[in-house]
Design a protein around this ligand. Sequence first.
Ligand SMILES: Cc1cc2nc3c(=O)[nH]c(=O)nc-3n(C[C@H](O)[C@H](O)[C@H](O)COP(=O)(O)OP(=O)(O)OC[C@H]3O[C@@H](n4cnc5c(N)ncnc54)[C@H](O)[C@@H]3O)c2cc1C
Length: 309
Amino acid sequence: MYDVLIIGGGAAGMTAAIYASRKKLSTLVLEHERGGQTALQPEIWNYPGYTGKEGAKLLETFRQQAVDFGAEMKSFRVEKIEKEKGENNHSFFVAKDKDGNKIETKSLVIASGAKPRKLGVSGEEEFDNKGVTYCATCDAPLFGDKPVAVIGAGNSGLDAALQLTKYASKIYILVRSDTVKGDKVTQEKLEKDPKIEFIFNAETKEIKGDKFVNGLLYKDKDSGEDKELKVDGVFITIGSIPNTEFLKGFCDLNQWGQILINPRTNATSKAGVFAAGDVTDIEERQTVIAAGEGAKAILQCYKWLKSNH
Ligand SMILES: Cc1cc2nc3c(=O)[nH]c(=O)nc-3n(C[C@H](O)[C@H](O)[C@H](O)COP(=O)(O)OP(=O)(O)OC[C@H]3O[C@@H](n4cnc5c(N)ncnc54)[C@H](O)[C@@H]3O)c2cc1C
């Protein structure tokens, strides 16, 4: 039985593992994909002390640090978590994979992250990280004086456009319907900016390019015509999907499937279960924030273990 089981080997999980092992908790990290979303980024520019290098290398240093302090790592995809009663009425948790392998733990930190929602159009995968991006906070500065398109006009799309006004030469915001779903005040602010052009009733059909993105094809649903925009970047901001399938019915999730946490303590609705990073209902999703949240979660988990075990 481990003191703490950490689900997720991204920035949140690895940071939790560093702190847990330094507290001498017996710690196991279960990771489905090594390094999480950060490890997929070819360049990270905004992690303090680390600029312009691969995300995978950054996460390998997190991992090594956790291992050096005694944390164990295991490739294991959690399919289900259950709470069970042990001796002295102490409850514990069991994580199971699809083959029924089981791991027992006194407490849990869930840091299973989220994946960006894909548009599913031709060119999206081919030009991923070659002009197609899902993160304006990360990539807006790479599009200085270039025309770009933002797909989606919810709050994250409007926020992406707002960030891009500092860099890009022209920003097309493609809206699928005839109304903007995001915040009205931000919409009005954007409408006053000469760089911004909202295109309503626009259905993206294809992202075009050579080595990098150089255009976008969309269907104008009013006229039925296909139209093309010359853009060097496409920011896809249509939401993200939290990795919480294995948590349904176990702890409280919000309408988008994110884990509801107490933002002060990272506690979930289940005693002894904490959560951190992109899988939770926090507002900002960045590597440095996930790392900080991972540290917060495990320090609270440590206090919980001390008073309950
Ligand atoms: C395209 C893109 C670019 C980005 N660029 C930057 C950037 O430049 N700078 C920046 O600061 N942030 C960037 N971000 C945001 C950053 O990557 C995330 O905020 C960060 O990765 C969140 O860390 P996390 O640990 O919460 O989750 P993740 O990194 O998503 O890690 C989740 C971990 O949980 C594992 N997991 C999931 N389900 C299970 C399961 N059932 N069982 C076991 N393990 C499981 C995954 O395999 C993974 O190891 C970017 C995000 C995207 C999508």
